[in-house]
Design a protein. Structure first.
Length: 294
């Protein structure tokens, strides 16, 4: 058992560290987005000189880089306590445009050009464009309502605490599921044991009923009883004390049902006893026994 607990603890530690590493994320993810930005196509409108192309490329790269950083920081702040009281980590278009205009000095046309490129590009730059319905895909710039970072930038402490919280939560869920399954198994084992005990009690009750009915018939043959049959309720009252009749009701009902369908030596009849109709049991001898007596 101690060896099993040791290996189980070691396995849980490995799972815990794996969840922690996955939740903290790979540090190279933002670099991938920036590398994609460096591959942006150059749109110099009608100009074809190299100087213009270099300027256009630098301006577009600077704009998207600042936009990426701004959205990543805002999303990270929203995930880590939301100190700025943001309603959502999806930043409205006008707020993002005003921020970029203050930082880079670019016009709204450049901002819209950057959004147009994000919509038409198949590259992942870590920026999501969302419309009124977040579940619908935005296809044009005029339908963009807000911008959201795909990779929130969080501090080491925030990332570590979130990873720890997620890992601990997963481990607790695992233990709760294990405890539930263990409790369910205990409950099923208890139920099975009760059913076995009830079935054993039923067979013992059947045996006692057969003995009582048979003894009553023998007493009748010896003129010690007035009738060859005996009332079912009379047998119950003889075998089960009053304080146990409610607890033994299910066992008694099962025994009566078992006798009716599986015992040919006991016949169930209806007789009027003391002015009332009553179900009774009568002992029936096997035919071979009766023939030998004759």
């Amino acid at each position: 058992l101690s060896r099993l607990l040791f290996w189980a603890s070691l396995g849980l530690l490995v799972v815990f560290l794996g969840i922690l590493w996955v939740k903290m994320g790979k540090p190279s993810a933002p670099q991938e987005a920036e590398d994609n930005m460096k591959l942006l196509p150059v749109d110099c409108e009608s100009k074809t000189d190299k100087f213009c192309q270099a300027k256009q490329k630098a301006a577009l790269l600077e704009l998207l880089h600042e936009l990426y950083n701004f959205l990543a920081i805002q999303a990270g702040n929203f995930e880590c306590g939301n100190p700025e009281k943001l309603k959502s980590k999806c930043i409205p278009v006008m707020e993002a445009q005003e921020y970029l205009a203050n930082v880079t000095g670019n016009s709204s046309a450049k901002f819209e050009a950057a959004l147009t490129w994000i919509l038409s590009s198949n590259k992942d730059v870590g920026i999501w464009l969302k419309g009124e319905d977040p579940s619908e895909l935005v296809t044009t710039v005029d339908k963009v309502v807000c911008l959201e970072s795909a990779r929130p930038r969080m501090g080491v402490g925030c990332r570590l605490s979130r990873a720890l919280f997620t890992a601990v939560t997963n481990v607790l869920i695992f233990f709760w599921c294990l405890a539930f399954l263990w409790g369910l198994l205990i409950l099923l084992k208890y139920r099975w044991r009760k059913l076995e005990e009830e079935e054993q009690a039923m067979y013992e009750m059947v045996k006692k009923i057969i003995d009582v009915v048979q003894d009553h018939y023998v007493d009748w043959e010896q003129d010690m009883e007035r009738y060859p049959y005996v009332g079912i309720l009379h047998v119950r009252d003889t075998l089960i004390p009053p304080q146990s009749r409610r607890r033994m009701k299910r066992v008694w009902d099962r025994a009566v049902e078992f006798l009716a369908s599986n015992e040919s030596r006991i016949q169930t009849e209806s007789h009027r006893v003391a002015g009332e109709d009553m179900l009774v049991w009568r002992w029936t001898k096997p035919s071979s026994f009766s023939d030998s007596e004759r």
